[in-house]
Design a protein around this ligand. Sequence first.
Ligand code: PLP
Ligand code: ZN
Length: 376
Amino acid sequence: MKFVCSACGATAPVTTRAARCACGGLWKLDFKPPLFDPELIDRREWSLFRYRAFLPLDGAESADSASTQSIEKWRAVTLGEGMTPIVALDEDTLLKMDYFMPTLSFKDRGAAVLVAHAAAIGVESVVQDSSGNAGNSVAAYCARAGIACEIFVPEGTSPAKIAMIKSHGATVTIVPGSRDRCAEVCRAKVADGGAYYASHVFNPFFYEGTKTYIYEVWEELGRVPAHIFVPLGNGTLFIGIVKGLEELLAAGLIARMPKIIAVQSERCDPIARAWEDGAAEPAHITPMPTLAEGIAIGVPARGAEILEYVYKYGVNVVTAPEGRILEARAALAAKGIYCEHTSAATYAAYLDQRDRHGRIYDSLIPMCGAGLKSDH
Ligand SMILES: Cc1ncc(COP(=O)(O)O)c(C=O)c1O
Ligand SMILES: [Zn+2]
């Protein structure tokens, strides 16, 4: 197991504290789990670590000391994340209730694995930037692991998210300006001071955690639905879903890739525009304010990687109509599902596609964040 630079191909041990390659390229993780085999699921473990045979924790391929130590680190770090139910909303639509998580969003999947790794390599303090949810997750898992934590959030972030981050003992730095500006300020601190960057975007261990979303879908349903909707900002759930599906495909547990429909905000749509133009890099856009704060990413750092997957697997990239987010949220709430605006945006996009093209059978939509977090 090692890091490989996505730009120049240089390698580094996973014990590195460098947030990215010296050339500026982002790390990819060279980790090949065994073929996905249901027999290897630890059914006594009631968290996503039941899939640890397929996670970069136990040194399956490597005997380096970091991976050996992390065998036990995950036990000290887990908060019982994952194992979220799938609920039928109507005859066409399934909801995966990922806000039933320790910090109320899907980000716990990635943060649990990332922080287990950071603890295993002896990291004592981390920094991270976030629209709020990833910061909540990293702060909680760092608190659990005894790692000091500073989270940068953009101005306008939901007060409930900020209060939660602080409650875990993390320092919160509020950055004036956009979500992209917030990332720049945090990355400047990483570049200057060498702080460990527990980034859900830069650090590939995060994606190894989010791929458990698909493992669970397969384990719960015994299959993967025909249409997989996924919100797309920085792509941490998107990339995890693609990786998970690739593993199921390689293991022969699914016959083909399902149709993936990635959802951006119509007010912040760099990937959707690139896809419409057939471009390899995200479009340059000026983000406009949106209720879907979780996907308001104007400059997705892994944009080119996301677009590679989009073309490879015939993904559709659609946008959520801003004017339907509140309506979608109210429709879900009227059925007992109180999600945050960013999750309602995915449902708004689904409703919009259905109005345009007719029924979308066998659709799976993630309910990524809890409603109380975005009430402001
Ligand atoms: C509730 C919610 N949904 C979706 C997303 C989008 O995730 P990503 O930026 O990894 O694509 C986020 C990210 O913060 C989020 O908080
Ligand atoms: Zn490089």
